[in-house]
Design a binder for this molecule. Structure first.
Ligand code: HEC
Length: 172
């Protein structure tokens, strides 16, 4: 009788052991699968940092480059403006100062727009007429001049025509 019980217990133990082993196997398999998933996700995670700097680096450096250029342009403009302001050699008409100096400089020395010093009255007037009529195409000058009268253009031409002389007189 006891033998039978022991045998039965042994069998149960064996069965339990088998079941336990089976469970371990299942767990091991799952563990493997999980490891695989982790490995893959790590690969992806590892991939990202190597991909991202390549994608981001040019983007940020391009943005920085653009920002730098912008800053430099702003600086240049500022220094030009300051120089233009500090080297105001002679007085100009309020009309010129208001309408033209921001681009051509307080004394026509040129900033965004070309230098006007040295242009004759006729040449300036011709240029202004050509811009206004559209014969000479420049949207900035065109837009500006369409709102100005012929008298204003004449007087400005006359004034700009004297810039060279005035500049020379001022630098003496
Ligand atoms: C917003 C900027 C700006 C303003 C303001 C401006 N100009 Fe200009 N101007 C320009 C630019 C840019 C050019 C060059 C256009 C081109 O050559 O096609 C130019 C060209 C000229 C030229 C021809 C120069 C040449 O070498 O042939 C004359 C003359 C001139 N401007 C006079 C004036 C007068 C006068 C005013 C004021 C009423 C004025 N500009 C206001 C930007 C400006």
């Amino acid at each position: 009788m006891i033998r039978h019980i022991i045998a039965a217990i042994a069998t149960l133990l064996a069965l339990w052991a088998m079941y336990f082993m089976y469970q371990l196997d299942v767990k091991a398999e799952r563990f493997k699968q999980i490891q695989e998933v982790i490995r893959k996700s790590q690969q992806e995670v590892h991939l990202k940092p190597t991909v991202q700097p390549i994608q981001q680096a040019p983007a940020t450096s391009a943005a920085e480059e653009a920002k730098k250029q912008e800053d430099e342009t702003a600086k240049k403009l500022k220094s030009l403006r300051e120089r233009a302001g500090s080297t105001m050699a002679f007085k100009v008409s309020p009309l010129y100062k208001q309408k033209c100096s921001s681009c051509h400089g307080v004394n026509g020395e040129g900033i965004i727009g070309p230098k006007l010093i040295g242009m004759s009255e006729e040449k300036v007037y011709q240029a202004l007429e050509d811009f206004k009529s559209g014969k000479r195409k420049n949207y900035v000058m065109y837009g500006l001049l369409t709102k100005m009268s012929d008298e204003e253009l004449k007087s400005l031409s006359q004034e700009i025509g004297t810039f060279a002389q005035k500049m020379e007189a001022a630098s003496k």
